[in-house]
Design a protein around this ligand. Structure first.
Ligand SMILES: [Zn+2]
Length: 491
């Protein structure tokens, strides 16, 4: 039985109608068949031409209104998949069961799950636009991609040959009043050092622990000057090794390539004659220096050195050569902010995040995420990682590489939208670029001369169960999108 509508009668009515419809269809990344078929069904029902590819991507076309055939076709774009996250105590199976919507004043959210406003609001707006025959419009080409949240897989494989448009409105941003005009590209790079010859050895076992860091998403927080637990661990290991060479037993820190690691841990095997108190002192002095360096960004950083066992049993450990390789990687990897953007204050241009360190078995693994809003800078930084890998005989696997959507100093399309926004709101929008990823980069790489702008309503805490959408902001965005379509219907 269909649930009763809770958004009925609220504005923007048809947008909220479709939003509620798609919230009734589970549509997490990789579980997109049902929503993809829903979109294809919508096109059939409305007599609109569409393509649905093998991946599930859908493009729906609508001819220009009478008299507007001369205006250039407009592409609108968003992704149909959402991130499935829920509070641990919520028993919902989000892959199979629909989420429950809750309205709280101006805020729309879901019951202890992600809402999927990212990017369901884009899907809903495109459907509301496609069904409406009262809005004057140029030829519309609405792209609904799959699996954006898991490496933009839909946009990667999208066949753009049916598209005529070279102007595009992407609806996958999260702040009203900001026109995004560029985004970083990226690539995950995984370094692996084969370290098969681990051996049981005896000595004094000690543990190093780094904790209390703030961390953050590498697309947003990489330029905040925050500490990276794996890099700090590397400094501690180097300081000890220089004083007293040891065998590494294990090291680990971080669990996502795009998150700054907040804790890291290592076990080392020191020689029987090692001066454990002297080493502890060395680490304490370094820890004091690090606390001083990061007192403003990571006030609770804590580094400890604990002697665990005095000799006796044998412990499986890495060769000294492999131990040194790991220390060298952690010491010289170009981590953090590499270049700032010259156009926009406090905006990173090029960065690297060492997200995962895992040296607990027969491979030493260092997983990093490179980002840059300039394609050649991404390549430059990737080459530095290849060079580093060569120095320590590591192999590199590159995953999910996607191009930047490079900022255009001049854009007639953007200027037209800015003027319209100013006319409607009495103020100019802020032009920004993002260090996160948008599908515009992949699409711009495929569509020669594509001119685009990315917009969105106010949404906070996306990808978490606290995701919230402002309904009034969605209404203002909808009014703007309608006005923009009418404006662009004029050749
Ligand atoms: Zn999104």
């Amino acid at each position: 039985m269909k649930k009763e509508s809770i958004l009925k009668g609220m504005e923007p009515e048809r947008v909220l109608y479709y939003f509620e419809e798609i919230c009734g269809i589970p549509h997490g990344s990789y579980h997109i068949k049902e929503i993809s078929d829903y979109l294809a069904g919508f096109a059939k029902e409305h007599g609109l031409t569409f393509v649905q590819d093998k991946a599930g991507n859908v493009i729906i076309f609508k001819d220009a209104s009478a008299g507007c055939e001369g205006a250039p076709a407009l592409i609108l774009q968003g992704h149909m998949d959402m991130v499935l996250e829920k509070e641990p105590e919520n028993p919902i199976n989000m892959e199979k069961e629909p989420i429950t919507l809750i309205v709280d004043g101006d805020i729309l959210h879901a019951d202890r799950t992600t809402l999927g406003g990212d990017d369901g609001i884009a899907v809903a707006m495109m459907l509301a636009l496609l069904e409406d025959d009262t809005i004057k419009h140029p030829a519309l080409e609405c792209i609904f991609t799959v699996n954006e949240e898991v490496g933009m897989e839909g946009a990667q494989v999208l066949d753009v040959s049916p598209l005529e448009g070279r102007i595009m409105l992407n609806l996958d941003s999260e702040l009203e009043g900001i026109f995004t005009a560029g985004c970083a590209g990226g690539a995950e790079m995984i370094l692996s050092v084969p370290a098969k010859e681990r051996k049981p050895r005896t000595g004094k076992l000690a543990r190093i622990h780094v904790e209390g860091l703030i961390g953050g998403h590498s697309g947003i927080a990489i330029n905040q000057g925050r500490a990276n637990a794996d890099i700090l661990l590397g400094r501690v290991l180097y300081t000890i090794y220089k004083n007293t060479p040891f065998y590494l037993v294990s090291a680990a820190g971080g669990n996502k390539d795009n998150a700054i690691p907040r804790t890291a841990d290592a076990q080392i095997l020191l020689p029987e004659e090692a001066d454990m108190r002297g080493i502890k002192k060395l680490v304490e002095t370094l820890a004091d220096n690090i606390s001083h360096e990061y007192h403003a960004t990571d006030p609770d950083v804590k580094i400890s050195f604990t002697a665990e066992k005095e000799s006796s049993e044998e412990v499986l450990s890495f060769k000294k050569k492999d131990t040194r390789k790991l220390i060298h990687i952690l010491q010289v990897i170009p981590n953090g902010l590499i270049e700032s953007d010259p156009h926009i204050a406090d905006m990173p241009q090029t960065s690297l995040n060492l997200g995962i360190l895992d040296a607990r078995s027969e491979t030493i693994l260092v997983d990093t995420l490179v980002r840059s809003s300039i394609n050649s800078q991404r390549k430059m930084l990737m080459d530095r990682i290849f060079s580093l890998a060569e120095m320590v005989d590591a192999t590199v696997e590159v995953r999910g590489e996607y191009p930047a959507w490079e900022y255009n100093e001049t854009s007639a399309f953007r200027d037209r939208l800015v003027a319209l926004y100013e006319k409607m709101n009495g103020k100019k929008p802020e032009i920004s670029i993002t260090h996160g990823g948008l599908e515009c980069g992949l699409l711009a790489a495929k569509l020669e001369g594509l001119d685009c702008v990315s917009l969105g309503p106010d949404m906070v805490d996306i990808h978490t169960p606290s995701e919230r959408l402002s309904i009034s902001s969605a209404k203002r965005l909808w009014d703007f999108v309608k006005a923009a379509v009418e404006e662009l219907a004029e050749a």
